[in-house]
Design a protein around this ligand. Structure first.
Ligand SMILES: [Zn+2]
Length: 195
């Protein structure tokens, strides 16, 4: 749960270097002037693109995907479950647009994996995104339906609860994770309809 160091993988640098000649070529090429045809695939909804099913055991699923179960990822899972209920949809349908506003450091970012496992949304499908905020007080999750801004809900974790789980000793993590599965929504986060 400690802060991860900022590392730039060697592969990333190689990709940048490899991209330089191609970029120079494209800049001078008429190809870039032509409009690109975008083919939209994997649409949201109840269709063959969305065949995933919700994990039967969320604890195990979080452990498998994230490496450990902790109150931060369980909190993300809980918010995800609440969003599915409020938007009258279900796991893996990929019809919600989720933005997680967090300081870009663990353990805050652990919430994002909880949201992925709690909703079936995925980073690769671009239906869950991270956005950086400078302070823990500003953490929130914004959810709307893809293709519609008619309804937008902000889920704002209770600050006292975040402080509790931020400063908890490592030996309490297991019990706090169980507690986070069991507490009522209103003890974990506030909801605000912003649209
Ligand atoms: Zn974590």
């Amino acid at each position: 749960m400690k802060k991860a160091p900022i590392l730039i993988p060697a592969g990333f640098i190689l990709i940048i270097l490899a991209a330089i000649p191609a970029h120079r070529y494209l800049k001078n090429s008429p190809v870039t002037a032509a409009p690109r045809k975008v083919i939209i695939q994997a649409p949201e909804g109840d269709n063959l693109w969305n065949r995933g099913t919700a994990p039967e055991d969320p604890w195990k699923a979080i452990e498998q995907i994230h490496g450990h179960v902790g109150p931060w990822n369980v909190l993300g899972w809980r918010i995800g479950q609440r969003a599915l209920e409020q938007f009258d949809t279900y796991w893996g349908r990929h019809d919600l647009d989720i933005t997680v506003y967090i300081p870009l450091a663990t353990p805050y970012s652990c919430m994002a994996d909880g949201l992925v496992i709690g909703t079936g949304n995925s980073i690769g499908r671009l239906d869950i995104k991270l956005a950086e905020v400078p302070k823990m007080e500003m953490i929130c999750v914004e959810v709307s339906r893809i293709g519609s801004d008619a309804e937008k809900i902000l889920y704002k974790p209770k600050f006292d609860y975040l402080e509790k789980i931020l400063t908890a000793p490592e030996e309490d993590i297991h019990a706090l994770s169980h507690e986070c599965f069991e507490l009522e929504d209103k003890e974990l986060f506030d909801e605000e309809r912003i649209q």
